[in-house]
Each structure stands twice: as C-alpha cells, then as structure tokens.
Design a protein around this ligand. Structure first.
Ligand SMILES: Nc1ncnc2c1ncn2[C@@H]1O[C@H](COP(=O)(O)OP(=O)(O)OP(=O)(O)O)[C@@H](O)[C@H]1O
Length: 324
C-alpha cells in the first residue's frame, strides 16, 4: 500500500497548452516535497491539480490509495497557503484561525487558536486585525489558519515569495521547524533553491511540465540525473575527464559521462592551475570571478576579494558526473 499522497502520471492542460506532462511523485506521511523549477515549469498547476482546483486530463491523485479525482476541493482535507496570505480582512486574527474549526466548541476553538499562535511565534495576537500585521506576520497567521483543522496535508504555493530576502530566510527556517514539529505532510512550491533545500526532505525538479528528478538535496548536489538538472542547479561548465585532471581533479568518469562543474566545485588555490580572468562582479557574500577553463568554457570561482591580475590559480575539488 502507498501511504500518503500519490501522484501518478498526472497531466493537466489549459486548452492546447500542456502545463503538467505525466508527472509521478509520492509524498510519504510526515514528509515534505518541494516543487522547484523555472517560471512556467508547471509547479503551481501541479499543486492546483493535487488540491483539486484544476482537473486532470490524465493520470491520478490519491491519498492512502483512495483516488481523489472527482473528490471536491474541500472534501480532500488539504490545507492551502498562497503567496498572499488571503486573510479575511474584517475578522480578527483569532477568528481567521478558527475559521475551519466549526466542529469544535468555543473553548476548544480558543485553545486551538492559542496553540496555533504559539506554534507560529505570535502568542497574544488573537485580537489583532489582519491590517495591523506585517507581511511576514500575515503569512504566519495564514499558516496557523491552514494547520488549525489538522489537514492531512498542506499545499503551499510560494508562501514566502512576497517577503524580502532576510525575512524569507528566517521564515523558511521557522516553517521547516513547524512542519517537522507537527509531522505535517506537505508539498511546497518555490523557485528559490535555498528555500527548497531548507524546507523539503525531497525536491522535485520540474521543467516544461515534466519531472526531471526527485531526490534529497544531497543526491541532487552529488548526483544530478542529467545535464539539464545540473545546469538548473547552477553548473556553468561541463568538462571532460582530461580537462578536470588538468584542474587537479582526482576522480574518474565512466564512459559516456561528463563532469558538471557545480558552484563551489572550483576554488582558488595558490598551487592550482593558472586560468585567465574573464570578468568579475560582487555577490552579497563575496566576489564572483569569471574564468576561462583550459577547454575555453567559462565558469566562476568565489573569492574574498577582486583579482588584481589577469589570471588566478584554481583547483577543482568537486563536480558531479552526468551523462554527456
Ligand atoms: N490559467 C491559465 N490559463 C492558460 N495557461 C496557463 C494558466 N495558468 C498557467 N498556464 C500556463 O501553464 C504553464 C505552467 O504554469 P504554472 O503557473 O503552473 O508554472 P509555475 O512553474 O508555477 O510558474 P511560476 O513560477 O512563474 O509561478 C505555463 O506555460 C503557463 O503559461
């Protein structure tokens, strides 16, 4: 028996546009799967298909082997959190959170609201109005409202993307903790790699409606399934074993394989191979130096400061073999 959420060969179309093209994935109870991919890759559409907001034109969505195709949205017992919190503006924070708790008595509702506010780090906020909340606080309340009725799974569509970067990082860590503490099964849509890695146990990489790979962050880093996945994860160059060895790499490639030079695989090293500096620019944390590899390809190396000559010395300490 497949426990939890099971998506099989799901297909969703808008007229002639196939937005989700034969995607299969499982989300075991208590685990979080991230849907990561470029804009237009079908992440939101797949989530909406799971929720029942878009009909499938093929395949199936089931929970504990119960087929959900034909089961109405509200009967699926999934909680949803969107990019904008979508709180009811005329209700207090407490009433918003209690919205799905109609079956409980008043005292139980109040207790559950307090418990949820504690969980999301907003104790004492029950009497506030949604208009009195910051964007980050509103998203916390939206999360509390979705979790309050104990849904069997939570579906989150870029819930942090409207927030500024620093707050997004902090809230992503909080969200990860909350989902784990509550053993919540979740599907989390994002286009932010870091956010996906922080929150999800397994990350599904989507492109043009297709699932390219579903794996944990470590496996994605060390064993991307294809050049396309490696490029999406930040590989700027794909090199042969002989070029890799010129850069000090010690591994071996199988026949038909090529090495993806992922970020941080190439480092500055005083005794390394001399390569030409092509360009340089600042990132938030350091300087990114564009260099020409021995075969002419450009990739980047991180440095604490700008290079003051036309060359730097580098060593290749990592990289991931992928089919050529
Ligand atoms: N309501 C719609 N009507 C027609 N086409 C749509 C509709 N919604 C999405 N699409 C198309 O379906 C494809 C997938 O869109 P979707 O919004 O699922 O992608 P996404 O990966 O979530 O993108 P983003 O990160 O930009 O939100 C795109 O080609 C998009 O143009």
């Amino acid at each position: 028996m497949v426990a939890g959420l099971d998506v099989r060969d799901a297909r969703i179309a808008y007229g002639k546009v196939t937005a989700v093209d034969g995607v299969s994935l499982q989300v075991p109870p208590g685990s979080v799967v991230g849907l990561l991919g470029p804009s237009g890759s079908g992440k939101s559409t797949l989530l909406r298909g799971i929720a029942g907001l878009e009909p499938l034109v093929g395949g199936s969505v089931s929970w504990d082997e119960e087929d959900l195709v034909g089961v109405k949205v509200f009967k699926r017992n999934f909680g949803m959190v969107f990019q904008d919190a979508q709180l009811f503006p005329t209700m207090s924070v407490g009433r918003n959170i209690a919205y799905g708790l109609g079956k409980l008595g008043r005292a139980e509702q109040r207790a559950r609201v307090e418990e949820m506010l504690d969980l999301v780090g907003l104790p004492g906020y029950a009497d506030r109005r949604p208009t009195e909340l910051s964007g980050g606080q509103a998203q916390r309340v939206a999360l509390a409202r979705s979790l309050a009725p104990s849904p069997r799974a939570l579906l989150l569509d870029e819930p942090l993307s409207a927030l500024d970067t620093g707050l997004r990082r902090r809230l992503a860590e909080d969200l990860s903790r909350i989902l784990r503490e509550t053993h919540t099964t979740a599907v989390y849509v994002t286009h932010d790699h870091q956010e996906a890695y922080t929150i999800a146990d397994q990350v599904a990489i989507l492109a043009e409606g297709r699932l390219l790979q579903l794996d944990d962050p470590e496996a994605l880093r060390t064993a991307p399934a294809s050049r396309e996945v490696a490029a999406f994860l930040g590989a700027r160059a794909f090199i042969t074993e002989s070029v890799a060895r010129q850069l000090g790499w010690q591994g071996t490639l199988g026949s038909g394989e090529i090495l993806a030079v992922l970020p941080s695989a190439l480092i500055l090293a005083e005794d390394g191979t001399e390569v030409e500096v092509l360009d340089q620019g600042y990132t938030v944390d350091d300087v990114e130096i564009g260099v020409r590899l021995p075969d002419g390809q450009r990739t980047v190396v991180s440095a604490p400061e700008r290079a003051d000559s036309g060359t730097v010395r580098v060593r290749l300490i990592g990289g991931a073999p992928v089919p050529a």
